[in-house]
Design a protein around this ligand. Structure first.
Ligand code: NAD
Length: 240
């Protein structure tokens, strides 16, 4: 393992589980000091921050605490997220708002607070969107809208902050074997044709969280100097 992150400080949201937890482990193994932000404890992180990404004051406090603790901020990874399936014509407004608030507004709040600190050290933000944010996905109108927003937000920030030396990149995983994926309740009586749509072509048709974390670690590193505004799909040819 290379020490691409030796001496650097990272903040990872959604760090207690799945892709976020794998990212904490990967960045730590590469030498970073890692602050973890989640609703629940994140074992393995150097600094464990409890916050809801929807809560503006809590996010401000968590980013400030990270910089106080680490003395700098070089990388922010926004992996906190929630998902649910629904037929669009039965989608409740409450659930629509919940997915948009956590996935999109939460990503915005964390990046907004981090950007001035990232600019001090030519740092980077890596967002976690989804294949559902770049292509049509069944029973996922709210989730897709939230993740499409994350893709657009990432591109906009990449352009706006390039002159300040801050890179912003986005990963769009297909199906990843995590508690989120395993816990998703299907819609009743799904259409088999729609279930086949967007399936990965590799065997097994799901990624491991560590495989997504490896891509995040590349995009956040100095090796990825030219990779800003990048939207990296990792989906087993589901969208090829
Ligand atoms: N698993 C997949 O198939 C898949 C595919 C594409 C994209 N993604 C995205 O990857 C990201 C990570 O997903 P995962 O599969 O690792 O899920 P996960 O459920 O394993 O982990 C998500 C973490 O986010 C935290 N979280 C949720 N709401 C939060 C909030 N309001 N504030 C702070 N933390 C909160 C949870 O506590 C959890 O620890 C999500 O944004 C998800 O949408 C997942």
């Amino acid at each position: 393992m290379t020490g691409r992150y030796t001496g650097l400080v990272a903040l990872v949201t959604g760090a207690a589980s799945g892709i976020g937890a794998a990212t904490v482990a990967r960045l730590s193994a590469e030498g970073a000091r890692v602050a973890a932000l989640d609703l629940t404890p994140a074992p393995g992180a150097d600094l464990d921050l409890r916050a809801d990404v929807r809560d503006e004051e809590a996010v401000q406090a968590a980013v400030a605490r990270t910089v106080d603790w680490g003395g700098r901020l070089d990388l922010v990874v926004t992996a906190a997220g929630v998902a649910s399936y629904a037929r669009a014509h039965t989608q409740t407004l409450d659930e629509w708002h919940r997915l948009l608030a956590v996935n999109l507004t939460g990503t915005f709040l964390v990046l907004r607070e981090a950007l001035p600190h990232l600019a001090h050290h030519r740092g980077a933000g890596v967002t976690v969107a989804s294949l559902a944010g770049v292509r049509g996905f069944r029973y996922s109108a709210a989730y897709s809208a939230s993740k499409g927003g994350v893709v657009a937000l990432s591109r906009a920030l990449a352009v706006e902050y390039a002159p300040a030396g801050v890179r912003v990149a986005c990963v769009c995983p297909g199906s990843v074997d995590t508690p989120l994926k395993r816990g998703l309740a299907p819609v009743p009586d799904p259409d088999p044709a729609l279930l086949a749509h967007g399936r990965a072509l590799v065997d097994p048709p799901v990624a491991r969280a560590e495989e997504i974390a490896a891509a995040i670690a590349y995009l956040g590193s100095s090796e990825a100097r030219f990779a800003t505004g990048t939207v990296l799909q990792i989906d087993g040819a589901a969208s090829a």
